[in-house]
Design a protein around this ligand. Structure first.
Ligand code: ADP
Ligand code: ZN
Length: 292
């Protein structure tokens, strides 16, 4: 059985076709320009295959309320050409198969749960630290969703004593995303993250903020695995720094597994999101059996 997957991102759309083992058979990357430029290429790729179902993991914010008339639309994105774009309906109208829809990070969490670092568990958290910060969580095998999707990037963190940068979030200034996403690193230090590898103070401050966020997610959700992805986490020296701060902040209050196996990069690497979109497709299609 073949399934289609779309990972809709702010800079690129990744589209793939795969099967129920999580194997990706063909994958293409299409730049995110305007919908009129990008979507025909997405449809053209998926139309080459006889698909049983399609899954979409999208950048947001998105409307996830199935009762809403705008269910499956991208809502208040700063990318104006995509504001209020009915992504789910466009795909549904083009293909007469079931279509699953989630945020990109919820999809990535689902992908990691079935085929990645959280395989065999029934909960995990996936945090991406890139142009923005976003988190998705799966609990009891189900994606966490309430009124809408969680916005884990916009929580508030205690300031590092050596950090006077005002923060970059247009809504909150110095929320986690405002202090620790890639653009905040660049604004604070005047260089892009990948050019700052040797400057230990950069990563000390970064780890201080990310660890605070992880501690709060641990205290609230108690996930069985914490998975950190996105461009900024390519600085792998962050992992031991974050683990150390998490340990210090929790101060023995919560019993956790060995942090080296608990706070980890994505097992699927850059394929977490697209594999999660495949899982959404199987779940929606329900005709296939996941074989992990
Ligand atoms: P997006 O979030 O747009 O999907 P990424 O996850 O690649 O894409 O995040 C892009 C952000 O991550 C940029 O701010 C960039 O500067 C930063 N980034 C990308 N690669 C690295 C790296 N190797 N080291 C540090 N920062 C990086
Ligand atoms: Zn914010």
């Amino acid at each position: 059985m073949l399934y289609g997957a779309i990972e809709a991102g702010g800079t690129k759309f990744v589209c793939a076709v795969g099967n129920e083992t999580g194997e990706i058979i063909e994958k293409v990357t299409i730049p995110t320009l305007t919908p009129d430029e990008t979507m025909p290429q997405v449809l053209e790729f998926l139309r080459k295959y006889d698909l049983n179902a399609i899954g979409i993991g999208s950048f947001g914010p998105v409307d996830l309320n199935a009762q809403s008339p705008t269910y499956g639309s991208i809502t208040t994105t700063p990318k104006l050409a995509w504001r209020n774009y009915p992504l789910l309906n466009v795909i549904k109208d083009a293909f007469s198969v079931p279509v699953g829809f989630q945020t990109d990070v919820n999809a990535a969490a689902l992908g990691e749960l079935h085929f990645g670092a959280a395989k065999g568990l029934d909960s995990c958290l996936y945090l991406t630290v890139g142009t923005g910060i976003g988190g998705g969580a799966v609990v009891n095998g189900q994606v966490v969703q309430g009124l809408s999707h969680p916005e884990m990037g916009h929580i508030f963190v205690r300031r590092h004593p050596n950090d006077s940068y005002e923060g970059k979030c247009p809504y909150h200034s110095d929320c986690l995303e405002g202090l620790a996403a890639g653009p905040a690193i660049e604004a604070r230090w005047g260089k892009k993250g990948h050019e700052l590898k040797e400057q230990s103070e950069v990563w000390e401050i970064e780890a201080y903020y990310l660890a605070q966020a992880l501690v709060q997610y641990i205290l609230i959700l108690s996930p069985q695995k914490m998975i950190l992805g996105g461009g900024v986490m390519k600085q792998t020296q962050l992992f031991p720094l974050i683990r150390q701060h998490v340990q210090d902040l929790l101060n023995g209050y919560v019993e956790l597994p060995n942090l080296e196996s608990y706070i980890v990069p994505p097992g699927l690497g850059d394929n977490a999101g697209i594999t999660g979109a495949l899982v959404l497709a199987y779940e929606k299609g329900q005709s296939g059996q996941l074989r992990n």
